[in-house]
Design a protein around this ligand. Structure first.
Ligand code: DGJ
Length: 386
């Protein structure tokens, strides 16, 4: 087709008008509304920015969900806490509004949470007795890598914050775990045990590292929180050089430890714990320890939080199940108003550009009382109605 000059000018004009109308309508458009989950894809918040709440957990409060997570930044240093712990809110779990930074990392070089420290896996619970929200997170002190192995606590009267930092703990200083009580008074371990040998493994099982850290408190790295139906709260954390999980009871106001704790799977090398309760049973989903790289998830069940815990193996099935669909657990979310509806929340870490980390949310179903997680490219909450 021949286009003469006049026509061309006219068509160009039409294109320009159409384009500028398009641009205008884009600018005035409200953000895209989501009505499904697309695990592993960029997840835009209501400001059309990829959600920045990694290693997170969710609390349901007064009809809304609040998602707390690590605010990551771009580039290799982006895993350290340069900003703090962020909060998002949602009515429907698909669309999230940025509520800002709930606990900011500090400018004060003398603060434990000075910018450049590590603040990971934040979780918030509500304490009815004190009408206070309590935030715990894995804290590593600036410049010390992952050596400090502490857990930090902060509180707020508002769910979204700002939270006031109270300090950090090595849990349960001066206390033996339930199963070690009465067995440790005269217990000695050889000082020259070589790691990973059978003798060393036996010593780990018998409390080698619990004894080492008895006075200063137990190590606490990857962590989560769980509030039971009776209002008791628990802090679940990777301890003993990441070899053994501890379940530790929190005190009445949830800001400290009572000294009562149990050891889960000594020497089992579990990280990224997530605990939930279903039909009176307690379920645990965790990962192995391979840094930012994914590995096979594990699951376990118990009729009491204090155990005994029975291992149920990898809950994931299908392609990439042995890598937890390239993710690591962070939380299991019970969906409000739906029976038997639990969401596996995991992180697909991007250590070279942490801000680009992705969220792997998948429905959990139960087969013979065992949790099962399968991959879905896209899914929505109706899946729980089938
Ligand atoms: C695995 C943990 O689960 C993460 O939270 C983080 O601590 C990385 N290790 C650091 O390598």
């Amino acid at each position: 087709m021949r286009i003469n000059n006049r026509n061309f000018t006219f068509s160009t004009l039409l294109v320009i008008i159409a384009l500028s109308m398009g641009l205008c309508s884009c600018q005035s458009q409200t953000a895209i509304m989501h009505s499904s989950f697309t695990p592993g894809e960029i997840w835009l918040d209501t400001d059309s920015v990829h959600i920045n709440a990694h290693g997170g957990g969710i609390i349901f409060d007064n009809g809304k969900y609040y998602w707390f997570g690590e605010h990551k930044t771009a580039g290799r240093g982006g895993n350290s806490a340069l900003v703090g712990i962020g909060c998002y809110s949602s009515d429907d779990l698909y669309n999230w509004e940025n509520e800002g930074i709930a606990l900011a990392s500090a400018n004060d070089p003398d603060s434990e949470i000075v910018k450049g420290c590590v603040m990971e896996r934040p979780k918030v619970i509500y304490n009815e007795k004190t009408d206070t929200y309590v935030l715990w997170f894995h804290l590593e002190l600036k410049g010390q890598g992952y050596a400090a192995a502490r857990t930090g606590v902060a509180t707020s009267k508002n769910v979204t914050g700002p939270y006031t930092y109270l300090g950090s703990h090595r849990p349960n200083a001066g206390h033996w775990s339930i199963e070690l009580q009465g067995k440790m008074d005269n217990k000695e371990f050889a000082s020259d045990l070589e790691w990973w040998t059978p003798d060393w493994r036996k010593a780990v099982n018998e409390g080698l590292f619990v004894k080492r850290d008895f006075e200063k408190g137990q190590m606490s790295r990857d962590m989560t929180l769980f509030v039971d139906d009776d209002g008791k709260a628990y802090h679940i954390h990777s301890s003993e050089e990441n070899l053994t999980l501890h379940i530790s009871e929190l005190n009445d106001d949830y800001t400290g430890f009572t000294g009562k704790y149990t050891r889960l799977f000594p020497g089992g090398h579990n990280e990224a714990p997530a605990i939930f309760k279903r039909n009176g049973n307690y379920y645990l989903i965790a990962s192995g320890c391979t840094g930012w790289d994914p590995n096979a998830a594990r699951s376990a069940v118990a009729t009491s939080i204090w155990g005994p815990w029975e291992s149920l193996g990898n809950p994931c099935i299908g392609k990439d199940a042995e890598l937890t669909f390239h993710s690591q657990s962070t939380y299991v979310l019970p969906v409000q108003g739906k029976k038997d509806a639990y969401i596996y929340m995991g992180d697909r870490w991007r250590p070279r550009n942490p801000i680009d980390g992705r969220y792997i949310w998948l429905p959990i179903r139960f087969e013979n009382e065992k949790p099962v997680i399968e991959w879905h490219d896209e899914w929505d909450l109706n899946i729980f109605d089938n």
